[in-house]
Design a binder for this molecule. Structure first.
Ligand SMILES: Cc1cc2nc3c(=O)[nH]c(=O)nc-3n(C[C@H](O)[C@H](O)[C@H](O)COP(=O)(O)OP(=O)(O)OC[C@H]3O[C@@H](n4cnc5c(N)ncnc54)[C@H](O)[C@@H]3O)c2cc1C
Length: 461
């Protein structure tokens, strides 16, 4: 079904600003809360402002489920506004799972507004360029530079543990309450409609005035609140390793400021990303990833490391030094990807942010940045709204256009890099790099990877 949306609203200087635009979306048939494929185009710049209930919000006790980037950052924001926060996570000692990622100018701007930019910059690695080559031709088939959007612009590649540590230490410094070892199974409405978090151990946490679901893409709260909503599992995932390279011989052939990938059609992909340190005294790491179908994971495990290493070396012989650091299958973590978008990211006293509200493949590298932007938008909404219901609506509206564009773009680009298609990689290999010589295309690409092709609702570098 085709749908047309007009307009978006952003919050700026305590004013709600609506910008008229056009968003065309194609939603699938399984209901209003399912994923959708859309294209959003701003066609007019007319603006009007309305006063919103500045500073009228009372202080709440807010339960935040999930200590990922979304949960930790919204905890810091709302604690700063004077709300009482309780964070809840399943892990005994909250910690990140997985390898590296790229903080885009959008995510960096949110961390800057939390006063954490210098801390994360001290650990991460500046990334200026994304480069991809096709196998066996060796042809350059992806080449995007951040400074095509703006001079001096870059991303920051980080170990997932680095962003977690920086945010978690700030939570501890702020004295925010953290309940660990509590697997959340859903929410229950108690007296005066106050929600309580239910846990697998049967010990409820709460009651709260409001609950923020930041449980990630497989959120149990979302599954309970929106039982009809489905996440579409993507056929391809990836094996990831964080290799302690310390900038030594094993990585000497690789650029220290480039995300590099090699593809054989779209069915095979190997990538290398320098990601810096976890703490100021730790080793420096390089993230290494290999695209793998979900259904091929068991066969990969059964095949053993040597068989797999031969396949990687056939694609990209220069990775031999990095591969020598992988000595056990446990050095690799298999990440499964899914795609979903909640059309209404709130219901009653529960609001959804980060991957709980929307998730996609990491092809465009926006996930953590979207989670941070969600937290920033919800914070701004709380700052100007008269009550929680208005804040939730403002948050949803202010994120809508940016979110839909990047969900749709990820949906379109994912099969170009991860699929069994023959046509898409053929087109990619012949037309992508030549297209970057056309007027405006480099600027558009630079903004696309930086997360700013659609206004993100925060000032970026
Ligand atoms: C391999 C891989 C590479 C990626 N690369 C990038 C990239 O380059 N750039 C980018 O921006 N994004 C990337 N992403 C996406 C990014 O990691 C996610 O978008 C981001 O982590 C979402 O943050 P979140 O806080 O919403 O959820 P999560 O990071 O998933 O955090 C959820 C938290 O909730 C907790 N939790 C979950 N279930 C329960 C439960 N039932 N009870 C209690 N606690 C629970 C978890 O322990 C966790 O602490 C990548 C993702 C993967 C998998």
């Amino acid at each position: 079904m085709f749908r047309f949306h007009m307009g978006m609203e952003i919050l700026l200087c305590n004013r709600l600003i609506s910008i008229q635009g056009l968003c065309v979306s194609l939603s699938c048939v399984c209901g209003p809360h399912c994923s959708e494929l859309g294209f959003c185009v701003l066609v007019m710049g007319e603006m009007e402002t309305h006063d919103v209930g500045v500073g009228c919000m009372k202080q709440f006790h807010i339960g935040i489920a999930g200590c990922g980037p979304a949960g930790l950052s919204i905890a810091l924001f709302l604690h700063r506004q004077g709300h009482r926060i309780t964070l809840v996570d399943q892990l005994e000692k909250p910690q990140p799972i997985g390898s590296g990622l790229v903080l885009q100018p959008t995510g960096l701007a949110v961390l800057a507004s939390l006063g954490l930019e210098d801390e994360i910059r001290a650990l991460g690695v500046q990334i200026d360029r994304m480069l991809g080559h096709a196998h066996p031709s060796g042809r350059r088939v992806l080449d995007v530079r951040y400074d095509w959007a703006r001079p001096g612009r870059h991303g920051l590649a980080v170990h997932r543990a680095a962003i977690f540590n920086v945010l978690f230490e700030a939570v501890v410094r702020a004295g925010i309450e953290v309940v660990t070892g509590a697997t959340v199974t859903g929410v229950r409405e108690g007296a005066e409609q106050c929600p309580t978090l239910e846990t697998a151990a049967g010990r409820p946490v709460g009651p709260f005035d409001l609950v923020i679901d930041a449980l990630g893409s497989r959120s149990s709260i979302r599954q309970q609140v929106w039982p009809q909503h489905r996440m579409r599992e993507l056929p391809f995932g990836a094996l990831w390793a964080s290799l302690a390279t310390n900038g030594g011989a094993s990585v000497s052939g690789f650029s220290t400021s480039t995300l590099e990938q090699v593809y054989a059609r779209s069915s095979k992909m190997v990538g290398v990303l320098p990601i810096g340190q976890v703490t100021s005294s730790s080793s420096t790491y390089t993230a290494f990833f290999w695209s793998l179908k979900q259904q091929a994971f068991d066969a990969w495990q059964a095949g053993g490391l040597d068989v797999w290493k031969e396949q990687v070396l056939a694609l990209w012989p220069e990775t031999e030094g990095l591969l020598s650091l992988i000595t056990n299958v446990d050095d690799l973590t298999f990440a499964r990807y899914g795609h979903h978008t909640l059309m209404t990211p709130h219901k009653g006293r529960v609001v959804f942010i980060g991957d709980a509200a929307h998730a996609t493949s990491p092809q465009l590298g926006q996930g953590v940045n979207m989670a941070l932007l969600d937290a920033h938008a919800l914070d701004r909404a709380f700052a100007v709204a008269a009550d929680a219901e208005q804040a939730f609506k403002l948050y949803a509206r202010s994120r809508r256009l940016h979110l839909r564009f990047y969900q749709a773009a990820s949906h379109v680009f994912t099969p170009v890099y991860q699929s069994d298609s023959r046509l898409l990689p053929w087109l990619r290999d012949r037309f992508f790099v030549p297209a970057t010589k056309l007027p405006f295309v480099p600027t558009l690409l630079g903004h696309t990877v930086g997360g700013t092709l659609v206004p993100p609702g925060i000032e970026t570098a």
